[in-house]
Write a protein that binds this ligand. Structure first.
Ligand code: NDP
Length: 449
């Protein structure tokens, strides 16, 4: 295994996040490779870690003062064994090939776990929507789609949102695709409800994450009620994770953005959460303003050089990292354990570094890995595609019910796979194994393509 990982690292040196994701998956599926020698003969590891296609393109756009800017656009079409490529678009200055390849690689197994017919992909740009006017964001989205439209389609590749790509951006991207192709199709998910979106799609990743946590707790005869929860982020996933925790009787005491975090030990209730949604989704402000409005809260500026994140250093029962990758290092993981946290459930993709994951597993922490715990978003995207094909809209209760069942099944298949390989309770290995086997069997059926 080490040899295979070294070959991948040697081939694309410098792709730190991609190597991290590949190492985590390959090390945990080693028993599956051991049991199935034909996977090695068929070079499955080499095939599954190589994207089927990568598209990189120039995105020129003009700001409101007439200044010209050039960003870089990407789409990674990673694996289509189970269906058309499916995965979000991220607009953030940190976006590069390594980050998108890690996200696309994870997406392949995540989508497999949902059992819906979706391959895996991911894309985006190093464009930063922060501080841009609506018309600047629109011009950027139009320029981005002016190239991307050639490569996507409702049966080929169906992008969605991710960091920096919400309802506003999806609307602009969809409008441009429609104009260029002269067709109204379900080529993007996360559309607004009035023109082809699915009810519960905005909520789905966060709600699904809490449904997954509730399933893990139920295994231990416990519930989310009365649990003190640390949540990071304040975007889409953090908002709806918090909403569902509050609805189930838990207490959320933290939220963050890339500038800092707030601690509100009295608990973020429904009305305070409503303020956060308006602050982030409408006003596009900073989380600091929460502490300006609610005097019981304390705001702390983020110190990137500190070596640890104080947000993860409070007494609590559960942690829901919902901001971005690598936000919990080994020190943070140890702090969480020392503070009595017994459940960590990932709303964001790969928020816990591998050293932290190992600490959680060694300390019997209930640890819900992203590809299982945050699969609710893409699952409801799959349901949005189904509704678009039928030209129907299901009621919110029906979509929510389906989401719950999907999360329950992902939880069960992760647990079953772990048990089958003598790793009972190890959701990390179980999710990787269950997703991997499903994709690999389809790849083998479809021959060497
Ligand atoms: P949003 O853009 O809505 O929110 C992202 C949040 O994370 C913001 O609060 C942002 O702060 C913060 N953040 C972003 N980058 C950093 C950083 N480098 N350091 C600290 N904070 C940061 O994105 P989403 O909520 O959609 O996505 C959050 C995570 O969930 C990502 O990992 C994404 O891949 C994952 N995910 C999202 C899904 C979805 O359906 N949206 C589905 C599955 C996974 P700021 O405002 O300052 O930028």
């Amino acid at each position: 295994m080490e040899n295979e990982i070294n070959i991948i690292k040697g081939r694309d040196p410098g792709e730190r996040e991609f190597h991290q994701a590949v190492t985590e998956v390959l090390e945990s599926i080693a028993p599956v490779l051991e049991k199935n020698p034909e996977y090695r003969r068929l070079k499955i590891v080499q095939r599954i870690t190589e994207p089927e296609r990568i598209i990189i393109f120039r995105v020129p756009w003009m700001d409101d003062r007439g200044g010209v800017h050039v960003n870089r656009g990407f789409r990674i079409e990673m694996n289509s064994a189970l269906g058309p490529y499916k995965g979000g678009l991220r607009f953030h200055p940190s976006v590069n090939l390594s980050i998108l390849k890690f996200l696309a690689f994870e997406q392949v197994f995540k989508n497999a776990l949902t059992t819906l017919q979706m391959g895996g992909g991911k894309g985006g740009s190093d464009f930063d929507p922060k501080g841009k006017s609506d018309s600047e964001v629109m011009r950027f989205c139009q320029s981005f789609m002016a190239e991307l439209f050639r490569h996507i389609g409702p049966n080929t590749d169906i992008p969605a949102g991710d960091i920096g790509v919400g309802a506003r951006e999806i609307g602009f991207l969809f409008g441009m695709y429609k104009k260029l192709k002269n067709e109204f199709t379900g080529v993007l998910t996360g559309k607004s409800i009035g023109w082809g979106g699915s009810l519960i799609r905005p909520e789905a990743t966060g709600y699904g994450c809490v449904y997954f946590a509730a399933e893990m707790l139920a295994e231990k005869n416990s519930t989310i009620s009365d649990k003190i929860c640390l949540v990071s982020g304040s975007g889409n996933v953090a908002q709806f994770t918090s909403e569902k925790i509050i609805a189930l009787g838990g207490k959320v005491i933290t939220l963050s953005d890339s500038s800092g975090y707030i601690l509100d030990e009295s608990g973020i209730d429904e009305s305070k959460l409503h303020f956060v949604k308006r602050l982030k989704n409408v006003k596009r402000g900073r989380i600091k303003e929460y502490a300006d409005k609610y005097k019981e809260a304390v705001y702390t500026v983020c110190d990137h050089g500190a070596g640890y994140n104080p947000l993860w250093n409070y007494k609590a029962d559960c942690a829901f990292p919902c901001a971005t990758e690598n936000e919990i290092n080994e020190t943070d993981a140890q702090n969480l354990i020392n503070n009595g946290v017994s459940l960590v459930c990932e709303g964001a993709n790969m928020p816990v570094m591998y050293g932290g994951v190992k600490l959680f597993l060694d300390n019997n922490i209930l640890y819900g890995p992203a590809k299982a715990a945050n699969a609710g978003g893409v699952a409801v995207s799959g349901l949005e595609m189904a509704q678009n094909s039928m030209r129907l809209s299901w009621p919110a209760e029906e979509v929510d019910q389906r989401l719950k069942i999907i999360m329950k099944n992902i939880h069960r298949s992760s647990l079953d796979a772990a048990r089958q390989y003598n790793l009972p309770g190890n959701y990390f290995a179980g999710a990787n194994m269950a997703g991997f086997i499903k994709v690999v069997e389809a790849m083998i059926d479809q021959g060497l393509v």
